[in-house]
Design a protein. Structure first.
Length: 115
């Protein structure tokens, strides 16, 4: 009977050893997963910070575009690269397009009526 107890005790020790090994392996995998998640979150925070603090050519401030005498601004439109101003000059409609960063005129469209 004593031999059976020793065999059971050895089997229990082996089982406990295998369980401890599996728990240790699971802990290592959890640490790796946590570090990977932390790295991913840090990368997202860095990208957001870069985008917020590196605004190349942000808003235009304190700039005056000169328009012809008597011109009336009908509408404006700003895109990522251009500023469009629709004007009424002497009863005729005209659209002027400017580069957003330099405010240099890049185009002009005249509208008129057909005869």
């Amino acid at each position: 009977m004593s031999g059976n107890l020793r065999t059971l005790s050895a089997a229990a020790n082996t089982s406990q050893s295998e369980t401890a090994h599996l728990v240790a392996r699971a802990r290592v995998m959890m640490v790796i997963s946590a570090l990977t998640t932390l790295l991913a979150v840090a990368a997202v925070v860095v990208v957001i910070g870069y985008r917020v603090y590196n605004t190349h050519g942000g808003a235009i401030s304190d700039t005056t575009l000169l328009l012809p005498q008597g011109a009336r601004v009908i509408s404006t439109l700003a895109t990522a690269t251009a500023l469009s101003v629709t004007l009424e000059i002497d009863g005729k409609i005209e659209v002027r397009i400017y580069d957003r960063k330099t405010l240099q005129q890049t185009g002009r469209v005249h509208f008129g009526t057909a005869p």
